[in-house]
Design a protein around this ligand. Structure first.
Ligand code: SF4
Length: 192
């Protein structure tokens, strides 16, 4: 009979528990500290660092959530701290699409066109309940989630999300970029 007791109760412990000063985790930590001390890095890490500090959002407001999105450029929230003060009026000069509000079926095609016009690499934040799932608008006019037409990297919950919540989503996106996580379109592909 297979016991469902945790292995630790049977006296088995991982290498890290048995030798906290050794093991693969310690080696990874030492390499990271060495890189920091000597300013060593790889081209991929340097590019990811630069990209994460210069993500330019497209100017694309859809509904009430857009009011909260606009406020993140104000001095109170100061998105410029993250190199993002420049909202681009042209999708060709933007690499982040913040979908801020409900998307009607009529708006779906222009939205997808804007996304297609952005150069790669590019990322998408679905801001608010409506963009993520249709929210309270479960009817024939509203798209029930923008991930049906564009690949979404970050979902920010709320109705509307406060600017701080959007900032949290932005910071998470930066962490993904710096961590080498590919954009959503590379993972899930882009529906035609
Ligand atoms: S999530 Fe709420 S605030 Fe945002 S667009 Fe929908 S109804 Fe408006």
């Amino acid at each position: 009979m297979v016991s469902d007791r945790p292995l630790a109760q049977a006296g088995l412990q991982s290498e890290r528990v048995l030798w906290p000063e050794r093991g693969p985790g310690v080696f990874e930590q030492e390499v990271a500290e060495l890189e920091d001390a000597l300013l060593l890095t790889t081209v991929e890490k340097a590019v990811a660092w630069a990209q994460s500090n210069s993500v330019w959002p497209d100017t694309f407001g859809l509904a009430c959530c857009a009011i909260e999105m606009m406020s993140i450029v104000s001095s109170r929230y100061d998105i410029a701290r993250f190199g993002m003060e420049r909202f681009s009026s042209s999708p060709r000069q933007a690499d982040l699409l913040i979908i801020s509000g409900r998307v009607t079926h009529k708006m779906a095609a222009p939205l997808r066109q804007v996304y297609d016009q952005m150069l790669e690499p590019k990322w998408v934040i679905a801001m608010g309940a409506c963009a993520s799932s249709g929210g309270m608008f479960n009817n024939y006019t509203i798209l029930q989630g923008v991930d049906k037409i564009v690949p979404v990297d970050i979902h920010v919950p709320g109705c509307p999300p406060r600017p701080e919540a959007l900032m949290e989503g932005v910071v998470r996106l930066h962490e993904k970029i710096r961590g080498g996580v590919p954009p959503a379109y590379q993972i899930r592909g882009v529906a035609e």
